[in-house]
Structure formats: structure tokens, C-alpha cells
Design a protein around this ligand. Structure first.
Ligand code: SF4
Length: 201
């Protein structure tokens, strides 16, 4: 089974508790206005990666707390992600999953793969980004409607209290910059573009 991947980032502190291996999945049919990840929308973009190969890469990454699925829409690839998430949890690592769907909607749906991915998620962050509710006061999210659901005992609300929203900028030798995290991307890109036109997000 394979996952259609937009981007991998083996180590970052910008998407959940601790240092995490981040997997941006490719494909999202929701098309929220103001979405900061429009490159992840086409389901045929990115690249396919076998779940076993990805698990091997995760296991080969030292000192990580867990993995994070974001996108794109993880629940549009629920079967493959659930398979990977189960292996990751069995290896003692945690799973954080972002989704544009509501937890209630996912729970009441009849899709068994969705149920399996929920069962293999420790921390679910739900709700699509809403421009009119822009709010950077909580970690890793950009609008006030988004919620944290602690689906296992791995984390508690106190584990995320006081964690600020942050952005990291990674610059490749060719001068391309990659912004990761949550913040006011329009302002940051405008700021950086004034000094370097090669901004990629
Ligand atoms: S669900 Fe997320 S990735 Fe999909 S359009 Fe909305 S904000 Fe963008």
C-alpha cells in the first residue's frame, strides 16, 4: 500500500508535541478559502511512497517523539495512513493527525478506514482553516474553530499549554526557502520577498 506524499520533514518541532517526523499528504478536496497549502490539493501531485518504506525511514530517524500527518487531507488516504500509524504506535511513537473534517463527522461516518485512523491517532486536531477566524494564540493552528482532541492517554491538555506558534525557515543551498509552522504567512512572505525573490511555500 502506498501514501501519496506532498513532502516529508524528518525532524521538526513545528507540528505537535516534541520533535516529530512530519508527513504532508498530497490531495485535499475541501479547498478552503485562504488555505496556505494549495499545492497539496491535486490528488495526482507529489509522489507515491510505500508505507513499509516510509515506516523504515521513520524508524531510522533518531530521537523523535512521533509522527504528524497533515496536508492535504489525511482522511482522504485513511486506509494507508491507518496502516502506518498502527506500526508507529506499536514502535512506541505517537501519532498526531490534522484534519479539515470535524471529529464528530468522522466518528459518525461509516468508513472503516476512518475509524482505524482515528483509533491509531493520539492527538487529533480538527477543523478546516477559516480566514474569518484567524487566530494564532494556540499552537500549530491558524483559526479559532480548530480543536484539539486527546484520543488516547498519551497526551493531556497540559502537555500543550503555553506552547507558542512558531515558524521555521529552512534555506537550501540553491537559495530556495521553505517556511514551516503556523503564522501570518502573507506578512512573512512579503517581508522575505523584499530581500529574496526565491520564496517557496
Ligand atoms: S482542509 Fe486543510 S489543506 Fe484542505 S483546503 Fe482546507 S486548510 Fe487547505
Amino acid at each position: 500500500m502506498h501514501i501519496q506524499v506532498h513532502r516529508l520533514l524528518p525532524r521538526t518541532r513545528m507540528a505537535g508535541v516534541g520533535v516529530r517526523f512530519c508527513i504532508w499528504v498530497q490531495g485535499c478536496s475541501r479547498h478552503c478559502p485562504g488555505c496556505m497549502a494549495v499545492d497539496t490539493w491535486p490528488p495526482d501531485g507529489g509522489f507515491p511512497l510505500d508505507t513499509e518504506e516510509l515506516f523504515s525511514r521513520i524508524r531510522g530517524t533518531s530521537a523523535i517523539e512521533g509522527i504528524t500527518f497533515l496536508g492535504g487531507e489525511p482522511f482522504e488516504q485513511a486506509e494507508a495512513l491507518a496502516q502506518l500509524a498502527c506500526k508507529v504506535q506499536a514502535a512506541g511513537l505517537s501519532v498526531t493527525t490534522f484534519t479539515g473534517f470535524s471529529y464528530e463527522g468522522l466518528k459518525t461516518g461509516a468508513d472503516p478506514a476512518t475509524t482505524r485512523l482515528l483509533a491509531a491517532t493520539d492527538l487529533l486536531i480538527d477543523g478546516s482553516y477559516q480566514e474569518g477566524l484567524f487566530d494564532l494564540s494556540r499552537p500549530w493552528v491558524g483559526s479559532a474553530n480548530q480543536r484539539y482532541h486527546f484520543l488516547t492517554k498519551r497526551y493531556r491538555p497540559s502537555d500543550i499549554e503555553g506552547i507558542p506558534n512558531q515558524i521555521e525557515i529552512r534555506i537550501s543551498p540553491d537559495g530556495t526557502a521553505f517556511l514551516n509552522g503556523m503564522g501570518n504567512f502573507a506578512k512573512i512572505k512579503a517581508l522575505l520577498a523584499g530581500r529574496n525573490g526565491g520564496i517557496y511555500l
